[in-house]
Design a protein around this ligand. Structure first.
Ligand SMILES: [Zn+2]
Length: 207
């Protein structure tokens, strides 16, 4: 992720682009740099824009646009400085410990009938294929793409795009998962037949 800083700053702080404190830096002194390089040079994150609260404030227009285009819902909980993201196929939480490294967690069992408040208290797992050093905007875009793919899989994984290497890899994963799901369904079906149950309703849900 790229950050902004002043080359003449004595307190050596870097910012997210658009941070109100970054805007105070004189144009001639302003520099953009990779976060890792900035840390290497002894700079540290600004205490405002390195919080989710700061991010939420600075990137409001981006988030509004995502809501408008994709129906994504954002909820900032100030007491824990955590941003919750809800799409129509998933629920996520993102936070940082003031180091501008963004931890992304995915709710284990998404249920669209639950309220945001209920899902906030659910169980999560860390989303390991997202780098913590990624910019929060790109993490949000990842979430939207991830959940759009999930919706496609629910109908038919074969509709997934297969252009890029990443997409091909994801397609292969979905194909394997679909195979496992079919196998499980078959076992369940054989199970209920062996128990002598009439699989009237079960046929519908299983097949
Ligand atoms: Zn800042």
């Amino acid at each position: 992720m790229h950050v902004m800083m002043s080359t003449t700053s004595r307190n050596k702080v870097f910012h997210l682009a658009g941070c109100p404190y970054e805007n105070r830096i004189r144009y001639v002194n302003r520099e953009e740099m990779n976060q890792r390089e900035a840390v290497h040079m002894g700079y540290r994150p600004c205490s405002y824009c390195s919080t989710m609260k700061g991010y939420d404030h600075i990137r409001k227009p981006f988030m509004k646009q995502m809501s408008k285009l994709h129906g994504t819902q954002f909820t900032l909980v100030r007491s824990t400085d955590t941003l919750y993201i809800r799409t129509d196929a998933g629920f996520w939480k993102m936070y940082t410990k003031g180091d501008m490294q963004y931890r992304l967690y995915h709710l284990n069992a998404f249920d669209e009938s639950l309220t945001t408040e209920q899902m906030m208290h659910g169980r999560y797992h860390p989303q390991k294929d997202v780098k913590m050093s990624a910019a929060p905007n790109s993490i949000i875009q990842y979430i939207i793409k991830h959940d759009e793919a999930k919706k496609i899989i629910e109908v038919d994984y074969r509709n997934l795009p297969q252009k890029t290497r990443k997409e091909k890899k994801y397609y292969e994963k979905a194909r394997m998962r679909d195979g496992r799901r079919r196998k499980r369904q078959l076992i369940n079906l054989l199970d209920c037949i062996s128990r002598g149950e009439t699989p009237a309703n079960k046929w519908v849900s299983i097949c």
